[in-house]
Design a protein around this ligand. Structure first.
Ligand SMILES: C[S@@+](CC[C@H](N)C(=O)[O-])C[C@H]1O[C@@H](n2cnc3c(N)ncnc32)[C@H](O)[C@@H]1O
Length: 326
C-alpha cells in the first residue's frame, strides 16, 4: 500500500464528522486472532510485514518529515530537497561489528567484565520475521529478545532456531511470550540497552482501532497503543531508542502514541527526541522516540514493587490474559 492510499484510508477512518464509523479490519488487537493466524504456519514460514527486512534497512535513503509542536504535521511537509543516506546502526545508536564472530566476542567480554551497559535489542511483536537472525548475521551484538503475544509463533521460532539454541557457544537469541500492552512484565525495568524495534505491531493496531477523534470510552485496560509505548518506555534504558515503522503519517501515529490534551503533553515529555523519516526506497516511515534521561529515577520508583522480574511462562501468560478479559 502506498502512502497516498494509506492516507486516504486514514482520512476516512479518522474523519472528524463520523467518529463512530469504522472501516472493516481484522481484530489485530486481539491476541487470539494472532494465534489463529499462526496456527497452520511452520517454522520455515516467514512473513515480513511491510515486505522488507533488515537487508533494506542496513543502508537507506531518507527524507526527514517535519513535525509540528503537538502531533506532527501532515505528509505534505517533508524536506523533499534534502534526501540523505543513513544506516540502521546510526539510527539505533548501536555498533555494527565487522563480523558476527567479532560481535559475539565483544558480547562475551562485556558479560565477563560484568559491564552494566548492554546492546540488547527487543524485537516487539516479532512474529516469524527474520530480523533477529539478520541482526546476528550482520554483526550486531545483541542479545536479541524476540517477543510476541502469540505462543504459537514463539514456538515456531524456537523450533526454527533450535540448532542455534542448542549448539551456539554463546547464545544471543531469546524467545519470550508476553503482551506488550500489559507492561512487558517479563522484562526488568531499564533492561534494554540497545533499543526496541517494532515492525508492524503499532501499525497493525492503528489500522484496527477506533477513530482517533472518538470520545474516550476506554475501559480499565486503556488504549493498547499508549499502553505499548508506556511498556516500552519502562523496559528501555534512558537515552535509548524506540523505533517503529508505519505508512501512516505523524498526525495519526503520534496522536495514537500520545493521545490528546494535557495527557499527551505529559506522555510526550517522557521522550527527548521524536523524529520521523520517510524511507524512500521502502515506502515506509521510520518513527524514533528517544527515552528521556530525567525520567529514569522517577520511572524506577514507579516500577518498584509492581514488577514481576521473571520471564513469564506461556501458561502464566494465558492466565494473565484470561483474567484481564474478565
Ligand atoms: C503485523 S505482525 C508483525 C510481525 C513481524 N514483526 C514482521 O515484521 O513481520 C504483528 C505481530 O505482533 C504480535 N502482537 C500482537 N499484539 C501483541 C501484543 N499485545 N504484544 C506483543 N505482540 C503482539 C502479533 O502476534 C504479530 O506477530
Amino acid at each position: 500500500m502506498s502512502f497516498v492510499t494509506r492516507n486516504f484510508f486514514d482520512k476516512i477512518q479518522n474523519s472528524t464528522t463520523f467518529t463512530k464509523w469504522r472501516l472493516p479490519s481484522p481484530p489485530y488487537y486481539d491476541p487470539n486472532y494472532w494465534d489463529r493466524v499462526y496456527k497452520d504456519l511452520t517454522p520455515d514460514d516467514c512473513i515480513e510485514w511491510g515486505g522488507f527486512d533488515l537487508n533494506g534497512l542496513l543502508k537507506f535513503r531518507f527524507e526527514r518529515v517535519t513535525l509540528d509542536e503537538h502531533h506532527g504535521s501532515d505528509v505534505g511537509t517533508q524536506e523533499t530537497d534534502s534526501e540523505k543516506e543513513s544506516t540502521f546502526a546510526k539510527w539505533m545508536g548501536i555498533q555494527q561489528h565487522s563480523s558476527p564472530e567479532e560481535a559475539s566476542q565483544r558480547y562475551l567480554e562485556r558479560r565477563t567484565n560484568n559491564e552494566k551497559c548492554n546492546d540488547t535489542i527487543l524485537l516487539l511483536g516479532c512474529g516469524n520475521s527474520k530480523m533477529g537472525e539478520q541482526l546476528l548475521v550482520h554483526g550486531f551484538q545483541g542479545p536479541f529478545l524476540h517477543l510476541d503475544v502469540s505462543s504459537k509463533v514463539i514456538q515456531c521460532m524456537t523450533q526454527r532456531y533450535e540448532t542455534y539454541l542448542k549448539q551456539a557457544a554463546v547464545q544471543r537469541m531469546e524467545f519470550i511470550v508476553d503482551d506488550a500492552a500489559t507492561g512487558l512484565t517479563s522484562l526488568e525495568p531499564e533492561s534494554v540497552g540497545g533499543g526496541v524495534i517494532d515492525k508492524g505491531l503499532l501499525d497493525a493496531l492503528h489500522c484496527s482501532l477506533r477513530n482517533i477523534h472518538a470520545e474516550d470510552t476506554s475501559n480499565d485496560d486503556g488504549d493498547p497503543i499508549q499502553n505499548i509505548v508506556a511498556s516500552v518506555h519502562r523496559v528501555l534504558q534512558p537515552s535509548r531508542p524506540f523505533v517503529f515503522f508505519s505508512r501512516s503519517s505523524p498526525e495519526y501515529m503520534l496522536r495514537r502514541a500520545f493521545g490528546k490534551g494535557n495527557d499527551a503533553r505529559n506522555r510526550r515529555k517522557l521522550w527527548t527526541d521524536i523524529s520521523v523519516i520517510k524511507l524512500t526506497d521502502l515506502n515506509v516511515m521510520l518513527y524514533r522516540f528517544i527515552k528521556a534521561e530525567n525520567h529514569a529515577s522517577k520511572q524506577r520508583g514507579m516500577d518498584d514493587g509492581n514488577t514481576v522480574n521473571s520471564r513469564v511462562t506461556t501458561r502464566g501468560f494465558r492466565l494473565k490474559n484470561k483474567q484481564r478479559k474478565k
